[in-house]
Design a protein around this ligand. Structure first.
Ligand code: HEM
Length: 281
C-alpha cells in the first residue's frame, strides 16, 4: 500500500474565519451575549447559579414545547395528521431533554437549598407563564391562573389568548369527530376556556380506535399523545421528588402547602381518556 497522502489531505485544513465587521453571525443568530448575561443570582451562595440556570433552561424547553404543540394543533385543524405527529414526536425528544435537566437539582439537600431559598422571596415556578401556556395546550385550562400575570402585559395577553383557544386535545377530538367517530356535541361545542373533564363517550372512541388497525394514523396519533402525557407526568413527578428531598413538607415560596399540593397536581392524568380506554381494549 502506498504511504503517499492523497493530494487533498496534504493541504492544511482551512481554519474558521476570524474577521467580522460587526458582531459575529453566530451572535446575531443565537443572541448568546444576551442569553449568558441573564443570570442575576440573589444570594452569595455558589449553588444558586445552577438552580437559576436550570430554571431558565426549563423555561426555554417550555417555549419549544409550546411551539411544537401549537404547530400540532394547527396541523390537526387542517386535517394534516402527519405534520401533527411529526411535531409531537419532536416534542417527545424535547420532553426527554427537559426531564434530564432535573439532574443537577435532583439531589439538593435541605441545607443546600436553604442557602439561597430565603433570597427567592415569594418567587416560585408556580408563577411561570410559559408553563401555564403549556398546561393550557394540554387542556388544563384555568382563568384564575391568569391572575398572577396581571402586571405583565405580554405574558398576560398571550395567556389570555391561549385560554380562549381550543387546546391541542380539543383539536384532536374535533379531528376524531371529522373522521366519523362519535365525539358528543357537548365536547365539540364546549367552552374551551374551561378545563377538559373526562367524558365516557370519548373513552369509548379511543377504545374503538385502539381495538382497530395498530398501524393506523389515529393509533399512531394516540401513541404520540400518550408519550407526551407520560413525559409530562414524569416531569411533575421528578419535580415532586426533588422538592421533597430539598424541603420536606415545608410550605412553598409561592405560598402553597408545598409537596402535598404538588402531589395533588401530579395525580392528574394528561389526556385522561387515552389512559382509561386501555382497560377496555
Ligand atoms: C428543587 C428545587 C425546587 C423546589 C424545592 C420547588 C418547589 C416548588 C413548590 C413547593 C411548588 C408549589 C408552589 C409553591 O408554593 O411555591 C412549585 C411549583 C412549581 N415549580 Fe418548582 N421547585 C423547584 C424547582 C423548579 C424548577 C427548576 C422549575 C422549572 C421551571 C420549577 C417549576 C415549577 C412550576 C411550573 C410549578 C407550578 C406547578 C403547577 O402549577 O402544578 N420548579 N415548586
Amino acid at each position: 500500500m502506498s504511504q503517499q497522502a492523497h493530494p487533498h489531505e496534504a493541504a492544511e485544513p482551512e481554519t474558521p474565519h476570524l474577521d467580522f465587521a460587526g458582531t459575529t453571525p453566530y451572535e446575531d443568530y443565537v443572541r448568546a451575549d444576551l442569553l449568558t448575561h441573564l443570570q442575576h443570582t440573589l444570594s452569595d451562595d455558589p449553588g444558586e447559579m445552577v438552580f437559576l440556570v436550570t430554571t431558565q433552561v426549563m423555561e426555554l424547553w417550555f417555549t419549544v414545547l409550546v411551539h411544537e404543540w401549537e404547530t400540532a394543533a394547527k396541523a390537526l385543524r387542517s386535517d394534516d395528521v402527519p405534520t401533527a405527529i411529526a411535531a409531537l414526536k419532536r416534542s417527545v425528544r424535547e420532553l426527554e431533554a427537559l426531564n434530564a435537566s432535573w439532574t443537577p437539582l435532583a439531589g439538593l439537600t435541605p441545607a443546600q437549598f436553604n442557602s439561597y431559598r430565603a433570597a427567592l422571596g415569594e418567587g416560585s415556578g408556580f408563577q411561570s407563564a410559559m408553563y401555564r401556556r403549556l398546561e393550557f395546550l394540554l387542556g388544563e385550562k384555568s382563568a384564575s391562573m391568569l391572575v398572577p400575570h396581571r402586571g405583565a402585559h405580554r405574558a398576560h395577553a398571550e395567556l389570555e389568548k391561549a385560554l380562549h383557544e381550543p387546546s391541542l386535545y380539543d383539536e384532536v377530538l374535533r379531528l376524531l369527530a371529522r373522521r366519523g367517530h362519535a365525539i358528543p356535541a357537548e365536547v365539540l361545542d364546549r367552552d374551551v376556556a374551561q378545563r377538559h373533564e373526562p367524558v365516557a363517550a370519548v373513552e369509548q372512541v379511543w377504545t374503538e380506535i385502539y381495538s382497530g388497525d395498530q398501524d393506523g394514523e389515529l393509533v399512531r396519533l394516540g401513541e404520540a399523545l400518550t408519550d407526551v402525557a407520560e413525559l409530562v407526568w414524569r416531569w411533575r413527578n421528578d419535580h415532586l421528588v426533588a422538592t421533597r428531598r430539598a424541603m420536606g413538607s415545608k410550605t412553598g415560596t409561592g405560598g402553597s402547602a408545598g409537596v402535598a399540593w404538588l402531589e395533588k397536581r401530579a395525580r392528574k392524568n394528561v389526556f385522561p381518556e387515552l389512559w382509561t380506554a386501555r382497560s377496555y381494549v
